[in-house]
Design a protein around this ligand. Structure first.
Ligand code: GDP
Ligand code: MN
Length: 374
């Protein structure tokens, strides 16, 4: 489970890692209140996607009017495919340098791996491509943990000296503790900034908790409070459903395929109303998926895009066929199917008069036409 930045920062703070002053706002008014204590602020979209800065999801405000204006824009927007439902409003820091610290799991070795770099602020993947020599990595035996002298040595090799080295080493130890204590798969600070007055502060926070271990940490997230009603309902059926603002309901098997589907729709001028993943153990729930998608009153048509692998297209098609036969598909539906069981699946749906394609771009164009045309 990926945590929101504000959730990860709360954990950081409780474990001694310095974070900027600020708070979480769900409305422009709340943002305004937090701003009063800050003077000038950073507004950070709380979405479960990386690269927010590049996508325009991180904005600065130096006056109450600028804050209101930018908070209003961000709260109505979508960053990386996710609706922005809350903002982290934090003091704007004067940054001298951006560093990187991370802890993750090295599965092949059954160990933890600590990463540090004097070049923070860019994606670690990108850094690994462009400047692999600028990343210090160290495997850690999880039974033994990370020793203070090891933490110090790692940040020293990343180029830190003096007071920055001492603070950096301590933060790395704390980050490792957080990683361990919360059963994290990833705990990352990017950037860890050196401010102009020479202090280290975690400006960004990323944590992924092992799904199997989430139950052990009920304090992390209160009661699904961030979900819409439909998203909560979908969860009770174990369906991954994310609500968006458009008119085309999207069902697909696989997160990557869903992202592609959203791109196809937007390419042809359509806007997705949601994406819903039926895959893994949920791929036989196409009928429930249809029900959830159509409960959103904005939906004018459904686009089902499926690529059969372990989840076979014919099984998904049977689920869709059930829903059609029971009269549950009350809006036009266009489907694309490829891969395992696709031929069979296409036959099932074709017999029921569903426009069905092998090519998802053509199917996407059709569904956008349907919505635009009427
Ligand atoms: P990300 O794009 O999702 O990784 O969002 P980050 O929280 O890492 O912010 C992106 C970038 O915005 C950082 O690398 C900084 O360069 C910049 N930034 C964030 N907070 C501040 C701040 O308080 N002051 C200044 N000057 N820049 C900031
Ligand atoms: Mn970042």
């Amino acid at each position: 489970m990926r945590l929101f930045e504000y959730e990860a920062k709360k954990i950081f703070k409780e474990n001694g890692i310095p974070i900027p002053r600020g708070g979480v706002a769900g409305t422009v008014e709340e943002a305004g209140k937090i701003f009063k204590d800050l003077g000038s602020a950073v507004l950070k979209s709380q979405v479960l996607a990386g690269g927010r800065g590049k996508a325009g999801g991180v904005q600065f405000a130096d006056s109450p009017s600028e804050l209101k204006e930018k908070a209003a824009v961000l709260l109505g927007s979508e960053i990386g495919g996710f609706a922005v439902r809350s903002l982290l409003v934090e003091e704007k820091l004067d940054i001298e340098r951006e560093l990187y610290l991370g802890v993750t799991i090295e599965r092949s070795q059954g160990k933890a791996v600590v990463l540090a770099s004097g070049r923070g602020g860019i994606d670690i993947e990108e850094l690994a491509r462009t400047h692999p020599d600028q990343i210090v990595t160290e495997l850690v035996d999880v039974r033994r943990g990370l020793r203070p002298y090891e933490a110090a040595d790692i940040v020293r090799r990343a180029g830190l000296t003096g007071k920055t080295l001492r603070q950096g080493a301590k933060i790395l130890e704390q980050l490792y503790d957080v990683f361990w204590k919360y059963d994290a798969e990833v705990a990352e600070i990017n950037p860890l900034v050196v401010t102009e007055d020479g202090n280290l502060i975690a400006v960004d926070a990323k944590m992924n908790i092992d799904d199997e271990a989430v139950k052990r940490h009920p304090e992390i997230r209160q009661e699904d409070s961030f979900l819409t009603d439909l998203e909560r309902e979908a969860r009770t059926h174990s369906l991954g459903y994310v609500e968006m603002d458009g008119e085309i309901g999207v069902i697909g098997n696989g997160a990557g395929l869903n992202m592609t589907t959203l791109d196809i729709l937007r390419h042809y001028g359509g806007e997705p109303a949601n994406f819903l993943e039926v895959s893994g153990r949920t791929y036989m729930r196409a009928e429930q998926a249809i029900e959830i998608v159509l409960k959103n009153p904005k939906v004018k048509a459904i686009f089902g895009n499926f690529f059969g692998s372990i989840s076979r297209c014919d099984v998904i098609a049977q689920g869709l066929a059930e829903a059609i036969k029971k009269g549950k598909v009350t809006k036009p539906m266009v489907v694309s199917m490829r891969g395992n069981g696709a031929e069979e699946g296409r036959k099932i749906l074709d017999a029921l008069g569903v426009p069905i394609y092998e090519n998802d771009q053509i199917a996407g164009e059709k569904v956008v036409e349907l919505v635009k045309g009427g």
